[in-house]
Design a protein around this ligand. Structure first.
Ligand SMILES: C[S@@+](CC[C@H](N)C(=O)[O-])C[C@H]1O[C@@H](n2cnc3c(N)ncnc32)[C@H](O)[C@@H]1O
Length: 309
């Protein structure tokens, strides 16, 4: 069936990659039919793992039928200057009623929603099959029992886990306050973590337990010899320490090189975030994808999706 993914405008390229990553993680066949800005259309099927998506607003089925149950039509204009939404909603509802007979309209609590996205004058009309509630705010770092400002936003943390193609478990060797592990645990994955700081380890454990993630393996240890703590893991997902300077100091170069070498001993898949570009090919990784997130004027985050041959 043709599924349309209405992607977050924050970073549509990364959002589209997250969709593909989940299709691959769950071995679901797919063909990309269209991808431009916030709209991606795939020939594929619906599966429970899609509920993990964090950078998608909605999933629509473009091959839909309407039942006799109450419905509503919503129009979303992605660029200004397109047709009047309210008038278009009425027109689409009228057309559907002419095609399917009289179906009750319920604007507040409909049992089915027809959603029309207008992008650069092209209309994409489908039936909503998945909506993603915005529950990330309550998990933002300052609402957790253990807080440190270095933690990434939970929606991005979840996308990183998905890009890392984890279906069973994830290891974060620089786990900090556990931002990545919380999202992984809430998606039902086994969580493993390491941090050099005892305080961070205690904080991660507290945070995980606060969110009901009781089963975890989080230790104090040095990421440069991660194989001493974990023998084999499905995927490593991590946000490395940046330090104060945005350029790479020699101490940091050594920390990264040793850690990235060490990670190759225990996994074939990784998603690594740094504050600067990094040549992973030179040390034996294949770069599947590289995204740049602009955090603020002087801070960028480089997201690398990697595989180890
Ligand atoms: C950018 S923070 C990670 C933030 C984390 N993603 C979160 O959500 O809180 C980096 C972490 O790396 C830890 N760290 C620094 N050097 C380390 C090393 N050699 N081994 C393990 N952890 C280390 C620091 O203590 C810090 O907690």
């Amino acid at each position: 069936m043709r599924l349309l993914f209405y992607l977050s405008g924050e970073h549509a390229g990364m959002a589209e990659a997250e969709v593909r990553a989940l299709l691959e993680t769950y071995h679901v066949p797919w063909t990309c039919l269209f991808f431009e800005n916030q709209v991606a259309v795939y020939e594929t099927e619906v599966f429970p793992g899609l509920s993990r998506l964090s950078m998608t607003h909605k999933v629509l089925s473009l091959d839909f039928t309407l039942s006799r149950r109450p419905f509503r039509v919503r129009v979303k204009k992605l660029l200004s200057g397109d047709a009047d939404s309210l008038q278009l909603e009425r027109e689409i509802a009228d057309t559907l009623q002419q095609e399917h007979g009289r179906i009750p309209v319920d604007l507040e609590n409909p049992e089915q929603e027809i959603y029309c996205i207008i992008q650069k004058g092209t209309r994409f009309t489908g039936k909503t099959i998945m909506d993603f509630p915005y529950s990330y705010e309550e998990r933002k770092p300052h609402f957790r029992p253990y807080f440190h400002p270095s933690s990434i936003h939970p929606r991005i943390a979840r996308a990183l886990v998905n890009l890392g193609r984890c279906s069973v478990e994830v290891l974060d060797p620089f786990c900090g306050t556990g931002g990545i592990l919380i999202e992984a645990g809430l998606m039902g994955l086994e969580v493993k973590g390491l941090d050099v700081s005892e305080d961070m380890v205690a904080g991660t454990r507290r945070n995980l337990e606060h969110f009901g993630i009781g089963a975890h393996e989080v230790f104090q240890g040095d990421a440069t010899c991660v194989q001493d703590y974990f023998c084999e893991v499905e995927s490593v997902v991590t946000d490395v320490p940046y330090g104060k300077a945005s350029r790479l100091t020699s101490a940091r170069k050594i920390l990264y090189e040793k850690t990235f070498d060490s990670i190759q001993n225990i996994t074939k898949k990784a998603c690594i975030v740094l504050s600067c570009p990094y040549d992973f090919e030179r040390i034996g990784y294949s770069t599947r994808e590289h995204f740049i997130l602009h955090v603020h004027k002087s801070l960028e985050r480089h997201v690398y999706v990697l595989s180890v041959e």
